[in-house]
Design a protein around this ligand. Structure first.
Ligand code: ARG
Length: 433
């Protein structure tokens, strides 16, 4: 009975949102970056019906009956996409006591901060994110609340619980006394059959994508930072199962061997890629695997994580992979790999996502390539090229605008002056309507 009234309530709320009249707006700007064409269009008029783009005009005409939104001298771009975030955690919500936080904060605490983090992300111009791991299916509930129009936030592709081996990067118990065990549903799973079951369970709970730990990691208590943590058979089964259910797969991997194993298993993207070797680059290119490097992260971890009381062993692991990761990034750019914009925000503050653009340019991308990684390429990796990542007819009216030229200085993207999601203004010059 109670659950029925709950369903009814939601239905009413849902219909109230759907009943809002569709807005007809035309956005006028000085320039438009069209990443899918690798060029800039001057004096665009972007015509929007409801949540979708109707057309991009270059004759300066705002059609009759359309509300004009004039962005003056600004440059318009597609809403930005970050393919690797953790939307339910953030270092700005951590204390200076790593162990106290682990022992006193649970998944409900994480769920309560997630909407704030989602809003920071959207205000920073990231209108779509792929959440690669959070506990208790927080990302599914958050995604659904945002989609129902009940919370402001980006479009979310949710991975739910990240899968990983006992004692590995996804195992919260690692490094604690055997007398301590963290409760709650976990992505820790070993062996082919159990992995297939866990993938199905994630899909059943609402996962859009499957994330797993192919290798050890930095911010966890296992000794290695790059060693493989699943066998080839386990990775093969995981990818086979996920793909059968129509879900793409993202593999966390720092080490060269684990990266190659994940690519051979058929993952759609490798995350971090820190120690990738030439053979790995070649394999990724052959298979069309996306390589997603979180190249800003190292700066934040090395400057801030000591203050959060993070164990020194983890910081030493970061020192080991951080620098090499940027060199690997440069090699990947040179090799012409498919690359998408992935920050791992959550490790560093949400809303700072765009700080990574300047790093990508510093380490070998052109500003246009960096922008493409967060639009055209990211949408392709998500399987959402028909929804987001470009300003063209039929796609969602998701835009950002910046006052400076992002192709001259890509760091301009750190200060968006306008954000629209699905035809609705999210923010204009710091003001939320
Ligand atoms: N979540 C990742 C890990 O713990 C963060 C790695 C960050 N370091 C880096 N250089 N990208 O392994």
């Amino acid at each position: 009975m109670r659950s029925l009234s709950c369903v009814l309530l939601l239905a009413v709320a849902g219909s109230a949102i759907a009943a809002e009249p569709a807005r007809h707006v035309a956005i006028v700007a000085a320039h438009l970056v069209a990443p899918e064409q690798g060029r800039v269009i001057d004096h665009p008029v972007v015509v929007v019906d409801g949540e979708r783009i109707r057309e991009v005009r270059t004759d300066g005409v705002v059609p009759d009956g359309y509300e004009r939104i004039d962005l003056g001298n600004a440059t318009l771009l597609p809403g930005l996409i970050d393919v690797h975030v953790h939307i339910a955690s953030d270092p700005t919500f951590a204390s200076d006591n790593y162990y106290k936080d682990i022992l006193t904060l649970g998944s409900i605490d994480a769920a309560l901060v997630a909407p704030t983090l989602a809003k920071r992300t959207l205000d920073a111009g990231f209108t779509t994110v792929r959440n690669l791991g959070s506990g208790a299916y927080i990302d599914v509930s958050l995604r659904n609340a945002i989609d129902r129009g009940q919370l402001p936030g980006p479009r979310i592709l949710a991975s739910t619980l990240a899968l990983g081996a006992t004692g590995g990067h996804a195992d919260d118990d690692t490094g604690f006394s055997p007398d301590i065990e963290f409760r709650g549903e976990s992505g820790v799973v070993d062996g082919v059959d159990a992995i297939r079951h866990r993938v199905r369970e994630n899909v059943k709970r609402g996962a859009d994508v499957i994330k797993f730990m192919a290798s050890a990691g930095v911010l966890s208590n296992e000794q290695s930072v790059g060693a493989p943590q699943y066998t080839q058979e386990e990775m093969n089964a995981l990818v086979d199962e996920a793909h059968r259910w129509g879900r793409r797969v993202a593999a966390h991997a720092h080490g060269a061997e684990a990266i190659k194993m994940a690519i051979k298993a058929g993952v759609d993207s490798v995350e971090h890629c820190s120690l990738i070797d030439d053979e790995g680059l070649k394999l990724a290119k052959q298979r069309g695997t996306y390589l997603d490097f979180d190249v800003y992260n190292d700066d934040y971890i090395l400057s801030e994580y000591g203050k959060l009381g993070v164990p020194q062993a983890q910081i030493e692991k970061e020192k080991f992979v951080g620098r090499t990761q940027r060199e690997s990034f440069r090699r990947a750019v040179k090799a012409g790999e498919k690359m998408a914009f992935a920050t791992d925000a959550g490790v560093y503050p949400h809303g700072w996502n765009a700080k990574q653009f300047a790093k990508m340019v510093e380490w070998g991308m052109t500003p246009m390539q960096a922008i493409q990684s967060a639009t055209t390429n990211a949408a392709d990796l998500l399987g959402w090229s028909d929804k987001v990542g470009a300003i063209k007819p039929g796609l969602y009216a998701d835009f950002v605008a910046v006052d400076a030229d992002p192709l001259a200085n890509v760091a301009a993207l750190e200060h968006v002056s306008f954000v629209m999601k699905g035809g609705a203004v999210v923010m204009a010059h710091g003001v939320h309507p």
